[in-house]
Design a protein around this ligand. Structure first.
Ligand SMILES: [Zn+2]
Length: 198
């Protein structure tokens, strides 16, 4: 490992952190104090900004981060995390947080395939994946409008057969520069979401 490698720097920072007992101020339980699970995007601009902008501190919420803050499949890993948070980790509320200028917004499937090929992944490999039934266009789950994407994700979560009716699912959109939030769905009015009114 060279000194300017990220991995080297991580290990070195970790030594300093542990020696200084930096962990002491982060002690908490695995149960979220605010009894909520947040589904957000993995965007670097939100890493700390989102929590600060929402007034959430260490230990107060479970945060699931995935590109685009979407649920790709009702029985995929994102929904699994949300359901585990609710049924095993005492969360009682779900908050979906989409954001403006998301990398998944208007994602170009063709450009994605070109990036794969630039990395040496052959056309044959890509075709083999497509021939096995993976539609890259659908798989990438790009979206055009962040508000519609948040509404759709809230709807998928709200309608899940394993989600108890007492669990509200909210939808918000955050500005990745200012942290300003906009309310898209107030999950306390769940009946309206289920009926497609909101
Ligand atoms: Zn994003």
């Amino acid at each position: 490992m060279r000194e300017n490698d990220n991995l080297f720097q991580i290990i070195r920072a970790n030594g300093r952190f542990c020696d200084a007992k930096g962990y002491e101020r982060y002690q908490t339980t695995k149960y979220p104090d605010k009894r909520m699970v947040i589904l957000a995007c993995m965007d670097t601009r939100l890493v700390e900004l989102m929590e600060r902008a929402m007034g959430i501190d260490q230990g107060q919420a479970i945060i699931v981060r995935v590109a685009g803050a979407q649920v790709q499949h009702p029985f995929g890993s994102v929904m699994q995390s949300i359901l585990v948070a609710i049924h095993m980790l005492k969360a009682e509320e779900v908050v979906v947080v989409g954001h403006h200028d998301c990398g998944m917004q208007c994602m170009n499937t063709h450009a994605f395939v070109e990036k794969l090929m630039e990395r040496g992944i052959s056309k044959q490999t890509i075709q083999m994946v497509e021939n096995s039934g993976i539609n890259l266009e659908n798989w990438l789950e790009k979206f055009d409008n962040v508000y519609e994407s948040v509404r759709s994700t809230v709807s998928v979560i709200s309608k899940h057969p394993f989600l108890a009716e007492t669990i509200p699912v909210h939808g918000l959109v955050i500005d990745p520069h200012t942290g300003k939030l906009e309310m898209v769905v107030n999950g306390s009015q769940r009946e309206m979401v289920l009926e497609g009114i909101v």
